[in-house]
Design a protein around this ligand. Sequence first.
Ligand SMILES: [Zn+2]
Ligand SMILES: [Zn+2]
Length: 274
Amino acid sequence: MNPNFRQRAKEALQRAKAEMASGCEERLTYAALELRMAIECVTYERAKSFEKELPPQEYDVWQPGKLMKVLLELEPLADASGTVSFGKERELGVPAEEMKTLGYEKVFNLKDIKGSYDALGSFLHQPTLRQFNSGGHDWRKLRSRCDELMVKLDAVLASPVFNINFGTFTTFNCMNEDCGKTVRKRLPCGQTEVPVVCFECGAEHVVQVESTGAHMVRPLVQDVSCANAECGHVLKLFRHEIREGAYWKCPECGTQCRIGLAVFADMSAPQSEG
Ligand SMILES: [Zn+2]
Ligand SMILES: [Zn+2]
């Protein structure tokens, strides 16, 4: 399924406008609800362009603020508005003299979300006892907040280009021999060590990025020695494999090795007397 969140946002905004136009105080609540839906839609739409990079456990996140924070972790410019232009470089790395502009994209950013989403939410409930004592909901405030938001959302939804998502990516095969699935990762500008987790099996890797742009992937593994002290065979395990109950047969001496929790006497701690 591929929901068209942009279209849904437009429809929610339209319904909000109709509620606002009624001039009826009680219907402002419905306008606030529709505007919250529109904010969710524009944020989900943004998240769609990061679908392949988004850890599957984040697919359940529905709060726009939380979701946008996840996107910002993937790409610090995920919520930035900007103009898309293109041109042919005569020399590699030297900006082209002639640029053609495709258009400006206004993004509903984290600051916009923080400033509006929760504030609207408080109008979807009965006023608290404290609010009742001071006169109930401030409808005038809600109306001006909704007016402001409609202007912002109109600008976001009128952008001629949208979901701009440029980046440098690396693709490699997961280094866990049992997995080997293709892993795709964005390499944020200026970051020299990029941690990467395989979504398929959980194996951790690090991408080392050189100043020349060349990069190298290494698995984050730990040496684990065979339980048979006389054998000395060392196995390399990913961190997600080092868990209680994990076991393997040593390829060298055949000993069944198992990982377990253990309690040790801490000889470095001061011993109590008597
Ligand atoms: Zn994997
Ligand atoms: Zn062994």
